[in-house]
Ligand binder design. Structure first.
Ligand SMILES: NC(=O)C1=CN([C@@H]2O[C@H](COP(=O)(O)OP(=O)(O)OC[C@H]3O[C@@H](n4cnc5c(N)ncnc54)[C@H](O)[C@@H]3O)[C@@H](O)[C@H]2O)C=CC1
Ligand SMILES: O=C(O)C(=O)COP(=O)(O)O
Length: 529
């Protein structure tokens, strides 16, 4: 196997370069490349992995050129600079480092709060200019003030903890914050309007999503207390910058501290130059400690994926540990083949996919297996579908996916049964793994039939009558088709029967039609795996 190649296109700590090298991965460290989208598009096709911070915009245009890319690693938290649906559609795993810089970013928010409360940047500039304006700078005390946190996740919770330590009264708006967690943090959970009406300082800590974009809109800002101070160390675009500028000018907002901007790099902005506005150039995560943490972590995670198939902290795929990956691999192949089997037989719209995991396999990462089954199922219709994209593509098409796990009930230590429901029929196929690695079909439509899946196969359904096996063997032989194996099953003597024939050559349309004319044959289909 040739060594995977990774491009680092942002200013990651060089610690990442060393990790990649130590793991045997070729690495190109080009910290300024993220800002040059033409150059990035030109060379991205050479790489299996791309490590970034926030300066690299991974657009669908870049992804379209990323023909070898398998993983994007974000050394940090926010992945809003990556087109996740486009990456998913191409089967590219997108992973971040959800905790490595959270303390540092929370500390920056707290630093911004003090900077605002005591006007430290302006006082510093004035003092160093030799003005000694002791009477100009009258601050406010933090103790006892109401801090309103919008988004109380990892960073918001650390801010809350520090603020409680500073003797502030903390209220939080976060629809996903549980009452227990709020109690544990010592914060009061409130609705947004309540927070706007009560907070003397507001700090934002949500990700950028369609729901949070412009969460501090002109209307929302109008509901805030006169004299409010606003801090944004999350994402530009959460606050309406124009409206905030107007409210600062009118004096309704007493101060704003911003680390992030709608447009970055922010070289011009409606907030620049206004009184008591404190700005930093997206420095929230910029401490030696945090940068070391996220660089090491992202390099380890990307290496684990590229070298061992382990997935952690992916935003578009379930996690798989390095220990699980080799055990899961044959089951991924089985699930994909069962899906493919059903997909090749299904000509009408799929309504529901039901997958039952029984025995040992029920304790594995079934989300990953389901993705593989769905990819196999959809591939006959959508040739380029990949296992990362499959569940979202299925959902877009209105296909319902149901998963069930249960303990072993039959002969097999592990059994996966895939049932596909269309407008007209329901078809089920089940399989297991033999000898640790080999996928085998064990049941079709409730009929037991044990068959390994070869690259080329014939699937025949017929009425169980004498003479069929001889005729099919002769016909295939006469047409130069070599039979590798042939397995049969039936529901009862003289009832419905099925045959799975492993073959070495391609069976053309004419021969398929001829097989169909053998007495008692109901259906014949050439399958590929
Ligand atoms: N300035 C900087 O350098 C940095 C900025 N960030 C930003 O901070 C954001 C938050 O990071 P974490 O706390 O680690 O993320 P997190 O996922 O742990 O927390 C985000 C919280 O926001 C809440 N939330 C989501 N939608 C909401 C809504 N509509 N209204 C209110 N709350 C909502 C979630 O329930 C969650 O609790 C990141 O997404 C990133 O954009 C992160 C690191 C550094
Ligand atoms: O981790 C995040 O979400 C950040 O915003 C940090 O961005 P950066 O890596 O400093 O460009």
């Amino acid at each position: 196997m040739t060594a995977p190649k990774v491009l680092i296109s942002d200013a990651l700590s060089p610690a990442a370069v060393q990790i990649f090298k130590d793991r045997g991965i070729e690495v190109d460290f080009q910290p300024a490349l993220g800002k040059d989208k033409e150059k990035l598009a030109e060379i991205i096709g050479n790489y299996d992995g791309l490590a970034i911070r926030s300066a690299t915009k991974v657009t669908s245009a870049i992804l379209a050129k990323a023909t070898n890319l398998k993983v994007i690693g974000r050394a940090g938290i926010g992945v809003d600079n990556v087109d996740i649906p486009a990456a998913t559609a191409r089967g590219v795993i997108v992973m971040n480092t959800p905790f490595g810089n959270s303390i540092t970013t929370a500390e920056h928010a707290i630093a911004m709060m003090f900077a605002l409360a005591r006007e430290i940047p302006a006082a510093d500039a004035s003092t160093q200019a030799g003005k000694w304006e002791k009477n100009r700078f009258m601050g406010v005390e933090i103790t006892g003030k109401v801090l309103g946190i919008i988004g109380c996740g990892n960073i918001g919770s650390i801010v809350a903890d520090r603020a409680v330590g500073l003797k502030m009264r903390v209220i939080a708006f976060d629809p996903f914050l549980s009452a227990e967690r709020a109690l544990e943090l010592g914060v009061e959970k409130v609705e947004l309007d309540d927070l706007l009406a009560r907070a003397e300082i507001i700090t934002l800590h949500t990700p950028m999503t369609p729901q949070t974009r412009n969460i501090l809109s002109r209307e929302a800002l109008a509901k805030t207390r006169p004299g409010v101070r606003i801090i944004n160390c999350a994402r530009g675009g959460l606050v309406d910058e124009e409206a905030l500028a107007e409210l600062l000018k009118s004096g309704h907002v007493a101060g704003a501290a911003l680390d992030v901007f709608v447009e970055e790099p922010a070289t011009a902005n409606p907030l620049f130059g206004l009184p008591n506005v404190v700005c930093t150039p997206h420095l929230g995560a910029s401490t030696t400690e945090a940068q070391e943490n996220v660089a090491l972590q992202v390099a380890e995670q990307m290496s684990d994926y590229l070298l061992r198939g382990a997935i952690s902290n992916a935003v578009n795929f379930p996690s798989i540990t390095a220990e699980e990956a080799p055990r899961l691999k044959p089951y991924i192949s089985l699930a994909e083949k069962l899906g493919s089997f059903a997909g090749q037989l299904t000509e009408t719209d799929i309504k529901t996919i039901r997958i039952v995991y029984e025995g040992d396999v029920a304790h594995m990462k079934i989300k990953a297996l389901t993705s593989a089954a769905v990819a196999g199922l959809l591939r006959p219709a959508l040739a380029d579908i990949n296992i990362v994209a499959a569940p979202s593509v299925a959902r877009e098409r209105g296909i319902v996916i149901e998963e069930t796990t249960r303990e072993k009930t039959g002969d097999h230590d592990s059994l996966i049964t895939l049932e596909v429901e269309t407008e007209n029929l329901t078809r089920a196929v089940a399989g297991t793994i033999i000898a640790g690695t080999k996928p085998r079909i064990v049941q079709i439509k409730g009929i037991n039939v044990e068959a390994d899946l070869l690259p080329r196969m014939l699937y025949i359904t017929n009425h169980d009558r004498p003479g069929f096996i001889g005729r099919i063997g002769t016909l295939l032989g006469e047409n130069g088709i070599n039979i590798a194996h042939m397995q049969f099953g039936r529901d009862f003597e003289g009832g419905n029967a099925i045959a799975l024939v492993g073959i070495d050559q391609v069976v053309g349309e004419t021969l398929l039609k001829e097989i169909n004319t053998i007495p008692n044959v109901v259906q014949v289909k050439a399958l590929t795996f």
